[in-house]
Design a binder for this molecule. Structure first.
Ligand code: 5AD
Length: 465
């Protein structure tokens, strides 16, 4: 989501005549895009701003801006905390960035713009750039979140749910595919709660968690339309779905639509019903496992990854054991794991953050080690198989090697003769080696050169933030 927002900022600035600077000291404007999902991200911003203070002191005409979720959360307060800051910009105010910069450059005082576009939501269309040889892109289909999970600051920083029309979404995907994009990931906080805005259906008047009781799924129909109307698209992914909206209709699309990737990132957060309830996740462990297994069976070779929070207030050893048990039972091939971090404006702030840092660290390590075992076994199981890999670009630092992804999401490095330019192509490859977080392959029918040892252990599929 944040990468996507950074790109939109780059685009509005370039339309206003700005060019990318090579170094910070060459820049007339520096924009920090921020995330506030965990406290660590906020600390990073404050220390990054501190690093630029001497530059701003030397060149008072330099415009410093903070965008994204910390900007939305803090608004004017950030201008008071950081007196040398010029612009604070919320996620819905990206189109106003050039005007705000001009305001400051022409002598105006520091300014904060953090207003949600609730009445008339705008979705900035991305511009694929042929020069960048881009193959994959994101398309936002909804913004905001109505789930109100007790740990999550997103409803505060991104506002309530707003949906983009199917026509508009399909128009953007067509435009991207014409510009060379082969793989699109549909983006939304709870992407599968998407609804055609303004539909007369009674469902559109219900809150998303009530709508989930309805077995029909407009999101599933959207996937069908994309498949029908953009046949040149090679792959379609979506992130992040909410388990509560994993309808039978959506499962059916995974079985029938070839364009859909064979991998879903389905955040679970915890495997304990007690904790899930305190998190206000609106599903049980049993429901999650049933849906996850149905998803795994919907398509040959399907894999799942997830997000987990360890050390949520009140999480006991037994609760955590339940989480490990669920991870094994579903068989995730990767996971992002986070230590609970109390966030302002969230309901769980009222609960005591009573799991010690030490226990959070231990649980995080145990969880990551289990996921690493499952990931290793999964990657090993692919050695010797034929996979279809969408080539995204050259592998860094190795001549004649290209990086791509399988239709699940494994990263594959493919050795190819240097004169070939396979970027954007779907190649049939044979997997010949499993690394820690990636695979190595050759084009089907070709043989393998020796592996340079230092190329192992790169490009994590799972990680800690
Ligand atoms: N503490 C720790 N992790 C969090 N996440 C969201 N809020 C918090 C928090 N307060 C994690 C969730 C979510 C991912 C994007 O970030 O796992 O799925």
């Amino acid at each position: 989501m944040n990468v996507h927002d950074s790109r939109r900022m780059e685009e509005v600035l370039s339309q206003a005549g700005y060019e990318a600077a090579q170094t910070a000291s060459d820049a007339d404007v520096i924009v920090f895009n921020t995330c506030s999902i965990r406290e660590k991200a906020e600390h990073k911003l404050m220390s990054a701003l501190g690093t630029y203070r001497p530059l701003k002191h030397m060149r008072p005409d330099l415009v410093l801006a903070v965008a994204g979720c910390v900007a939305q959360q803090e608004s004017e307060k950030l201008l008071r905390k950081v007196p040398y800051l010029d612009v604070v910009l919320g996620p819905d105010n990206i189109p106003e960035l050039p005007a705000l910069i001009e305001h400051v450059r022409s002598g105006g005082p520091p300014v904060a713009r953090t207003v949600f576009d609730n009445d008339n939501p705008s979705f900035l269309q991305a511009t694929p750039r042929a020069a960048r040889d881009e193959v994959c892109s994101f398309v936002t289909i909804m913004k905001g979140c109505d789930q109100r999970c007790s740990f999550c600051i997103v409803p505060y920083t991104r506002g309530s749910e707003r949906y983009r029309s199917a026509d508009d979404i399909i128009h953007e995907i067509k435009h991207m595919v014409e510009g060379g994009i082969r793989e699109v990931t549909l983006l939304g906080q709870t992407v599968n709660s998407w609804y055609e805005p303004g539909t007369a259906d009674i469902n559109s008047m219900l809150a998303p968690h009530q709508r989930a009781l309805d077995k029909s799924s407009q999101f599933a129909s959207l996937l069908q339309r994309i498949s029908d109307e953009v046949p040149a698209l090679s792959r379609l992914r979506y992130t992040s779905p909410h388990p509560q909206h994993l309808t039978d209709e959506l499962l059916e699309k995974h079985a029938s639509l070839e364009v859909l990737a064979s991998h879903v990132h389905l955040p679970v957060q915890s495997g304990s019903n007690r904790v899930l309830k305190r998190m206000i996740r609106r599903y049980t462990r049993e429901h999650y496992i049933e849906r996850a297994k149905a998803l795994l069976q919907s398509r040959k070779g399907m894999t799942l990854s997830t997000d987990v929070i360890v050390g949520f207030p009140g999480e006991s050893d037994e609760d955590f054991e339940q989480t490990l048990d669920l991870i094994k039972s579903v068989g995730f091939v990767s996971a992002f794991a986070f230590k609970y971090s109390p966030r302002p404006f969230t309901p769980s702030l009222k609960l005591e953050d009573d799991v010690s840092e030490e226990v959070k660290d231990e649980r995080l390590a145990a969880l990551l080690s289990l996921v690493a075992e499952q990931q290793d076994a999964h990657l090993e199981s692919l050695v010797g198989t034929i996979q279809s890999v969408l080539i995204e670009g050259p592998s860094r630092g190795v001549q004649g090697r290209f990086m791509g992804r399988t239709e699940r999401n494994e990263i594959v490095h493919v050795d190819l003769a240097p004169e070939q330019n396979p970027v954007g192509q779907l190649l049939e490859v044979e997997i010949c080696q499993a690394f820690k977080h990636s695979l190595r392959a050759v084009k089907r029918g070709e043989s393998l050169a020796p592996v340079p040892a230092k190329n192992t252990r790169r490009l994590p599929l799972a990680g800690v933030q």
